[in-house]
Design a protein around this ligand. Structure first.
Ligand code: HEC
Ligand code: HEC
Ligand code: HEC
Ligand code: HEC
Ligand code: HEC
Ligand code: HEC
Ligand code: HEC
Ligand code: HEC
Length: 351
């Protein structure tokens, strides 16, 4: 090897060594500053009662997180600090937190978590009003007295507090073909038949124990037919979740009225020792109208809608003896009197 070559090689090795040394130094430098970073946050950073508590620092700063990103990374997973914000709480939120179409929408997060909002309340306040911070106030959008615990928050019409039952089931579905939606609207909101309430088919939570019905464990739908559905007559009324049908309900014609119970002046209407309904088994999520024409719950196969055991009457004549319930066109005029568990008989004054 020529001396010149040797010289070049030596210089090269030296330069490399120095470079490696410097690189090592800078690594060393990092290792040294790491413990120092303990003091990056002031005492009280994790003490909720301290003004230096990181939550309070951020609150005073309108929750501007830009400075945190420098060390905890822009995704807040820890970055060079190795301390992820998410190791302690589900904050910072994703951008979709208030976007109903996003998979990060807060409603979806809550449902996925069996509706538990205890974690949210730690920052957003026990009463959801934000612990004094407008940015944390759930009630800006959930304006009812109960805030997010209002009965139409998770099911029913979010924009109309009088409609607390599906359509809009727990998962946001509105198709009446689904058992979770089914015939709620036709029982509760849209038609001219019965006055029905939640408690006829469910055990309902009240404002004080609202959390009980969704907090414990996996969500379980409970259908307990009661009061009107049974009405002291139909004690075997039942909803079968497998076939999605209701059977033996008073409402759908599981009734009998005995001639012997009727006052003598009314017994003329009986053609048998009792009047009986048709005891229909109905499919909860079949809404094509086939299950509820007049005559489905009471009526005979020859087309009369007066029940079996009742003198046969055309629909236009019911008004003569049941004028508080129907009109001469066979339309229900007072739904509080039809399917109310009562015999509503009165001779029409016009006749
Ligand atoms: C200059 C870098 C840096 C910045 C900026 C920074 N942090 Fe940190 N943070 C760290 C390091 C390093 C740790 C880990 C400390 C340790 O080792 O205990 C840490 C830890 C934390 C901890 C947990 C403390 C513990 O003892 O476990 C919280 C909470 C925290 N940071 C919040 C924040 C918030 C909120 C911001 C923005 C306002 C922020 N940090 C900005 C470097 C930083
Ligand atoms: C070591 C656990 C821990 C880490 C890590 C942590 N926090 Fe917190 N943070 C808490 C606790 C505890 C609270 C009080 C609420 C609670 O109990 O959940 C809180 C509350 C907050 C609040 C609420 C302030 C308020 O007024 O309600 C904000 C904002 C916050 N943290 C931001 C952050 C950010 C940003 C990071 C990551 C840079 C972070 N935190 C990392 C434990 C932590
Ligand atoms: C560690 C504290 C903390 C926890 C826990 C927390 N949040 Fe937040 N949340 C905040 C802060 C701070 C803001 C406002 C600043 C921001 O959006 O970054 C906020 C904002 C929001 C917003 C947007 C508010 C608006 O007006 O735009 C929604 C929605 C929200 N949070 C829902 C929830 C839900 C639901 C939970 C429980 C699953 C929850 N948060 C848990 C701290 C928290
Ligand atoms: C935070 C969400 C949420 C709120 C708020 C809420 N519910 Fe529910 N509700 C649910 C969930 C979840 C179910 C169960 C559905 C399932 O198991 O699939 C349910 C079911 C029901 C049922 C059917 C019976 C049952 O046990 O399945 C009724 C009736 C009901 N809720 C009434 C109410 C009333 C009344 C209120 C207000 C006092 C209310 N809900 C508030 C989430 C909520
Ligand atoms: C920016 C407005 C806004 C804020 C702030 C807000 N919400 Fe909501 N939240 C909504 C809307 C809108 C819906 C209904 C979306 C829908 O139609 O399904 C909703 C739905 C919900 C639901 C029902 C979940 C479901 O999909 O069935 C719960 C529970 C809830 N929010 C809790 C909270 C809590 C807790 C906070 C505060 C931490 C909060 N919300 C803050 C707008 C908001
Ligand atoms: C005529 C009977 C009946 C009435 C009245 C009724 N429900 Fe239901 N409800 C059902 C049936 C049947 C289901 C489906 C159960 C199943 O999926 O196994 C159901 C399911 C539900 C669910 C669960 C939805 C889901 O996504 O899982 C909620 C919530 C609910 N009902 C709320 C109400 C509320 C609130 C009222 C009163 C405003 C009410 N229901 C009145 C029969 C009824
Ligand atoms: C979903 C089942 C059902 C359907 C459909 C139905 N009814 Fe009834 N109807 C009943 C039941 C149950 C009674 C028993 C009395 C009561 O509880 O009001 C009844 C009673 C009556 C009575 C006697 C008066 C009374 O209420 O005591 C008349 C009249 C009557 N229905 C007319 C009609 C007409 C007209 C239609 C069609 C527009 C109709 N019903 C459709 C279930 C039904
Ligand atoms: C001429 C009078 C008269 C006419 C018309 C009449 N009913 Fe009745 N209906 C009665 C009497 C009386 C009873 C028995 C009342 C009692 O037991 O106290 C009765 C009982 C009933 C019952 C069982 C008990 C109850 O009130 O729910 C039904 C259902 C019923 N009628 C339906 C009809 C229908 C539907 C029509 C028209 C197609 C009709 N009725 C026309 C006199 C009449």
């Amino acid at each position: 090897m020529e001396p010149k070559m040797k010289y070049y090689l030596l210089s090269f090795i030296t330069i490399i060594s120095i470079a490696i040394l410097f690189d090592g130094c800078s690594k060393l430098q990092e290792n040294i500053t790491q413990p120092q970073s303990l003091s990056i946050h002031s005492n009280g950073n994790l003490d909720t009662s301290s003004a230096n508590f990181h939550g309070n620092v951020l609150k005073a700063n309108s929750f501007n997180l830009t400075s945190c990103e420098k060390c905890h990374a822009t995704n807040f997973q820890g970055g060079i600090t190795n301390v992820s914000c998410y190791s302690c709480h589900n904050y910072p939120h994703q951008a979709g937190i208030v976007d109903t179409t996003s998979s990060d929408f807060h409603g979806k997060l809550i449902i996925a978590n069996n509706c538990s909002m205890n974690a949210c309340q730690k920052c957003h306040g026990n009463d959801f009003s934000g612990n004094g911070s407008n940015q944390l106030n759930c009630r800006n959008c959930h304006t009812q007295a109960a805030g997010p615990l209002a009965c139409n928050t998770c099911h029913g019409n979010f924009a109309d507090s009088t409609m607390t039952a599906p359509p809009r089931d727990i998962n946001g579905n509105t198709s009446t073909n689904l058992v979770t939606v089914g015939a709620h609207a036709s029982h509760l909101y849209t038609n001219n038949f019965a006055v029905v309430a939640c408690e006829n088919c469910h055990v309902i939570p009240n404002a004080n124990n609202v959390k009980d019905h969704f907090n414990p464990g996996p969500l379980v739908k409970i259908v307990v037919l009661d009061s009107l559905a049974i009405h002291g007559i139909a004690s075997n009324a039942v909803f079968d979740a497998n076939t999605e049908t209701c059977s033996n309900t008073y409402c759908h014609g599981n009734f009998e009225f005995k001639k012997s119970d009727a006052p003598p002046e009314r017994q003329f209407a009986y053609t048998s020792d009792k009047m009986t309904g048709n005891n229909m088994t109905v499919r909860w999520n079949l809404l094509d109208g086939s299950q509820s024409p007049c005559g489905s719950c009471h009526g005979t196969s020859d087309g009369f809608i007066s029940p079996a055991g009742h003198i046969k009457m055309p629909i236009t004549e019911c008004v003569a003896c049941h004028p508080t319930v129907v009109n001469g066109n066979g339309e229900i005029i007072d739904k509080t009197k039809h399917i109310n568990g009562q015999i509503n008989f009165a001779l029409s004054k016009k006749r």
